[in-house]
Design a protein around this ligand. Sequence first.
Ligand code: PMP
Ligand code: GLN
Length: 380
Amino acid sequence: MNPVFAALPTTVFETMSRLARAHDAVNLGQGFPDDPGPADVRERGARALIDGWNQYPPMMGLPALREAVAAHYARHQSLTLDPDTEVMVTSGATEALAGALLALIEPGDEVVLFAPMYDAYLPLVQRAGGVPRIVSLQPPFFRLDEAALAAAFGPRTRAVVLNNPLNPSATLFAADDLALLAGYCTRFDVTAICDEVWEHVVFDGARHQPLMALPGMRERTVKIGSAGKIFSLTGWKVGFVMADARLMRVLAKAHQFLTFTTPPNLQDAVAYGLAKPDPWFDAMRAGYAASRDRLDAGLRDLGFRVLPAQATWFLNIDITGLGYADDVAFCEALVTRHGVAAIPVSAFYPDGSVRSLVRLCFAKADATLDTALERMRGLA
Ligand code: PMP
Ligand code: GLN
């Protein structure tokens, strides 16, 4: 048995969803929306399943989807991607991340990771034989720190994994933070694996800036996206990877032996959905911003300290001074005694440096959020 995986606990998302079911709790833990996703995209997927092609699609993805992905990023992020050589479809961002780390890391290579980090990153880096160098970003702003980057990067650094917008902090990296990181990547000849699954779920007029667009980064960035987040269809697991053709050739080798392909009907529906006009994306963001504002205002009224949420489906409360040993103790009490499931943010800090934040998912119907708020009354 491999010791890295044998020693792993069950992921916090599964654990909290199980506790939520057991305690009949409102589940604001695992990030999935109440919104069923756009009806036309779902109908297109159903139609393609009934009428269409249900055999293996091409390994790199349906040509129509690869073209739609390239057109989509040209329109939204001014990126120029060759759909034949620089775009690949994966079974979710998770496969793309696993494949990128397996394909790019050799045992002993150092990989710079930023905490808070999505819980898949560290075990995947370790399983690939990489040596993690963790840079811990601190609330409330989660800014990159030049001194910390200088300490983390060195001659053995092969890759950096950046999640922007950042789950769970719900922050966007500032332009100067991205420029700083790009400078380190180019200086140390490092590949950046950019998990940008939340790129469209950005609020208050802010725009996502892909690291790939920064000077010197086009040839050294693996950009990862997910239709699950764009269309509120988390169970679909349709992801996409964008990279320079030289990197893509190696990424494709990992993909061919991980999943090889992704259901063609879902690919067809995502290709259709990516062409939606700009107002659709604006309306999607406005809907989630309204839910964020509802939960934010409700939590503040109850006396909680709420961190600003610029992006994603999450906001965080600081539980310092509420009388709990840490975020895990708070979340245990919240789900078992009060019937609300949340995520302790320490699960994203493998260095243990932050244990006072709790993440709540606001991508829920108003009535669900109101019930959760009612159950949280008296806790702050
Ligand atoms: N990365 C981040 C930062 C995420 O938040 C998630 C899921 N919420 C994923 C990757 C996984 O995406 P997918 O479901 O497309 O595999
Ligand atoms: N990414 C989702 C979240 O942050 C959960 C995905 C999962 O359950 N692994 O909540």
